[in-house]
Design a binder for this molecule. Sequence first.
Ligand SMILES: [Zn+2]
Length: 99
Amino acid sequence: MRFDPVKIRLAGASELLIEWNDSKISRIPLEVLRKKCPCATCIAEKTKQSAKYIPLFLRDQVTVKEIKPVGSYALNVVWQDGHSTGIYEYNTLRSMNPE
Ligand SMILES: [Zn+2]
């Protein structure tokens, strides 16, 4: 099944809330979203770090400035610190659902 968001919004300053076409709701903590940034820079960064590395984020890095849809399959998240290369596919977002 293909998951498409029906509604996307920020819930307060700490969560992204996505309502899906199967009426399930994902609440993704922004810290998790940032940690899982799929862009090449962040993946390279993660590969360099050891498994014991604990990421520490500044507030600007976990504050969403803008969310833009990319075609009909993904979201581009622009963070307050200027990081804007992360394209999150809907399937990826759906799999981040902690519930
Ligand atoms: Zn990134």
